[in-house]
Write a protein that binds this ligand. Structure first.
Ligand code: DGI
Ligand code: FE
Ligand code: FE
Ligand code: FE
Length: 189
C-alpha cells in the first residue's frame, strides 16, 4: 500500500528547501488534476512527491548510476545528463526502496522527456511538473487551463511548449521529446 506520509518524509530528507517546495507544488497540482480527470489522486500525489528525488545528486554520479543500471538509451543522454534524474530515481525506487507500483515508477522515469505511448499518470506528472504553482512563464496559465480541460490535449500543449522553449534557447532537442510530441499528436488526430 502507498504511504504518502513516508514518501513525503523521504522527499523532505533528501531535497533542498527550494526543490522540496517545487516537489510539494507538483504533488498538490497533480492530485487536483487526477481528481478532475478520474485518476487515482493518491498515486498522483505519491508520484509527484518522488519525481525529482535524484535531481540533486551530482551529474557525474547520476551518470555512473545510469551506466551501472543500463539506463542510457540515447547518445544524448550522456550529452545532456540532466535528463537522467527521472530514470535514476525510478530505478532506485523500484529496486532499492521497494516501490512496487509500476505506474508511479513509469511516471517518475519519464517525467522529463516523456515517451511514446505514455499512460495517463505519466502525462499527468510530465505536465504537472511544468505547470506547478511555483512555475512562472508567460504561457503557464494557458497550459494549466488546457490541462484542466483535457489531460491528453493539455499534455500535447505542454510538450509543444517544451519544444518551442528548447528551440528558442538553442538547446538540443532530445529524440524522446520529439517522439513524445509526434505520438501525442498522432493519437489525437
Ligand atoms: O527537474 P525539473 O527541473 O523539475 O524539470 P524536468 O525534469 O522536466 O527538466 C529538467 C531539465 O530538462 C529542464 O532544464 C528541461 C530539460 N529538458 C527537457 N526536455 C529536454 C530538455 N533538455 C534538452 N536538452 N532536450 C530536451 O528534449
Ligand atoms: Fe525533474
Ligand atoms: Fe518536466
Ligand atoms: Fe520537477
Amino acid at each position: 500500500t502507498l504511504q504518502v506520509e513516508v514518501l513525503r518524509d523521504l522527499a523532505t530528507r533528501v531535497l533542498s528547501e527550494e526543490r522540496l517546495r517545487h516537489t510539494l507544488g507538483v504533488a498538490d497540482w497533480a492530485e487536483v488534476l487526477a481528481r478532475r480527470h478520474g485518476l487515482d489522486p493518491l498515486k498522483a500525489r505519491c508520484a509527484g512527491l518522488v519525481h525529482d528525488l535524484a535531481k540533486e545528486i551530482p551529474l557525474n554520479s547520476q551518470l555512473r548510476y545510469a551506466r551501472r543500471w543500463n539506463l542510457l538509451k540515447y547518445p544524448e543522454d550522456e550529452q545532456s545528463p540532466y535528463v537522467l534524474h527521472g530514470p535514476v530515481a525510478a530505478y532506485w525506487l523500484e529496486h532499492y526502496y521497494g516501490l512496487d507500483d509500476a505506474e508511479i515508477v513509469a511516471a517518475v522515469a519519464n517525467h522529463t522527456l516523456g515517451r511514446p505511448g505514455m499512460g495517463p499518470l505519466e502525462m499527468l506528472i510530465y505536465s504537472a511538473d511544468l505547470t506547478e504553482p511555483d512555475r512562472d512563464f508567460p504561457e503557464v496559465d494557458f497550459l494549466r487551463q488546457s490541462l484542466y480541460d483535457n489531460l491528453e490535449k493539455g499534455t500535447l500543449v505542454c510538450v509543444k511548449h517544451t519544444l518551442k522553449y528548447l528551440e528558442q534557447s538553442k538547446r538540443p532537442i532530445h529524440p524522446l521529446t520529439q517522439l513524445t510530441f509526434d505520438d501525442l499528436q498522432r493519437r489525437q488526430n
